[in-house]
Design a protein around this ligand. Sequence first.
Ligand SMILES: [Cu+2]
Length: 149
Amino acid sequence: MENIFHRWTCLSKCLLLLVGGFLFLVYLIPVSGFAETSPPISLVPDEDGVQRITIVMESYSFSPNDIIIQADTPVSIRLENHSFLIPHNFVIDNPAMGLHHEIEISAGDSVNLQLFLTTPGTYTFYCDKQFLFFPMHRDEGMEGHLEVR
Ligand SMILES: [Cu+2]
C-alpha cells in the first residue's frame, strides 16, 4: 500500500516538473526584446483610399511598432499573432478621442481592425496580457504608437 502511495507521489512530482518545464520554455525563453522601436513606417492610401498595414505580434513585440498614418483616411490593420500558444491582444485606448478597442488574437490567428482617426496626435497601443506572476506583455516590449498626421 505504501509502495503504491510512494509511486503516486513520484508520478505527480514528475508531472509537475514536466508541466513546469513546459511553461518555463513557452513563457520565459522567448523573451526576445525590450520595446525596441522599429523604423517608423508611413502609410500611403491604396487606390481605394484605404491605408493598410499588417502588424505581426510575437512574444513580446509588435512589428512594426511605429506607424505614421494620415488623418481623415480609413486605416485597415491586420493583426497577426505569430506566437506559439500565447494569446495576445491589441489595446488602443484614448477616451478623450472616444477611441477604445481591445481585440483578442489567439496564437496563430489574425484579426482585421478598421480605424478612422480624425485628430492628429500619437496614440499608444499595447498588449495587456499577463500570465500568473510573469511580467505584463506590455512591460516585456509589446507596445507601439500610431502617429496621426
Ligand atoms: Cu501579449
